[in-house]
Design a protein around this ligand. Structure first.
Ligand SMILES: [Zn+2]
Length: 316
């Protein structure tokens, strides 16, 4: 059984794990990262997390095949350089070279959403299909395309940004500068935004009862909870959300025709309550309406460790 180090770099911390070739985590550790830290400081924290996980696993560096890094932004795995990321303010960071100063092993890097998709493909929901797209519905909408069991990154490593494809021309302004991006309508943040607006307009809604009338307590779940209790406002928010989500996912299916779409992130915890009407809406919209088999729509299985596992799997 071969073992790999996987590191998931977030905005606040670096999470590392020792992962087997079947996607099992043997040990893991987390180190905080300074938001305004230099890349040398951040890479040091990442290496520290990896070495602590290694110690906890009772393995030695000689037992490890490679280090994989899942990073926000657009990493160039050929050069080992993080070309661009907007949340860490990094440009052209020599990640591989800097990591190898701490851990002298082969180092692979890729985008964090691609790593989550790879984890689902190797060991999660999409393990029995060759072509899948994994969407993470969180603060934004991340997505990773797997074709024939491999990440598809595009010629310049910025492919698979379905979150930044426009579904409403002249719609809401997105952080990327475009208007009407899918992310503005399908992220968990967008559910929270719409729930706040609707709760204020409809004081009688069960949403206000569930949050004690405190808008600060509105999360991405409360509209679903209210809808399940028969609340009209909650149901409208859910129906509207599913409409936009279905439109964006049908676009992705029309472009790639994957065997499976995997949905991760908090909203996906709604399970069949979300998936059943979502499938109906998508299957009405996809180009091939009478196929022998439809693209499967399932929820992610790898949970919060998908980033670590997928990063480790880069070395497979
Ligand atoms: Zn955008």
């Amino acid at each position: 059984m071969k073992k790999y180090i996987g590191i998931d770099l977030g905005g606040m911390s670096a999470k590392a794990g020792i992962v087997t070739d079947t996607g099992e985590i043997l040990a893991k550790a987390t180190k905080p990262t300074k938001r305004d830290g230099t890349y040398q400081e951040i890479l040091k924290s990442m290496a520290d997390a990896a070495l602590e996980a290694l110690k906890l696993s009772n393995l030695r560096i000689e037992d490890i095949e490679s280090v994989g890094i899942g990073s926000p932004g657009t990493p160039d795995n050929e050069k080992g350089v993080l070309v661009y990321t907007n949340n860490l303010n990094f440009r052209n960071v020599p990640m591989r070279e800097e990591m190898q100063k701490h851990i002298n092993l082969p180092v692979y890097i890729d985008n964090d959403a691609n790593c989550a998709a790879l984890a689902e493909s190797v060991a999660g929901a999409a393990k029995d299909v060759k072509t899948s797209i994994t969407f993470t519905l969180g603060t934004g909408v991340g997505s990773g395309i797997i074709i024939n069991n491999k990440i598809y990154s595009g010629f310049n490593y910025a492919a698979s940004e379905f979150g930044h494809t426009v579904i409403v021309v002249d719609g809401l302004l997105c952080t990327c500068g475009r208007k009407g991006c899918f992310e503005q309508y399908a992220s968990a943040s967008s559910v929270i935004r719409e729930t706040k607006i609707a709760a204020e307009k409809n004081p009688e809604s069960k949403i206000n009862e569930l949050t004690g009338g405190n808008p600060e307590k509105i999360d991405a779940k409360v509209a679903f909870d209210a809808a399940k209790l028969g609340d009209k406002t909650g149901q409208e928010i859910v129906d509207n959300y599913i409409k936009y989500l279905a439109a964006g996912l049908a676009n992705a299916i029309n472009a790639i025709e994957p065997e499976m779409i995997v949905l991760g992130g908090g909203v996906s915890h709604e399970g069949e309550y979300l998936l059943k009407p979502l499938r109906e809406a998508i299957y009405k919209e996809v180009y091939t309406r009478e196929p022998v088999i439809f693209t499967k729509i399932e929820t992610a299985k790898m949970g919060n460790d998908a980033g670590i596992i997928g990063a480790a799997m880069l070395g497979l």
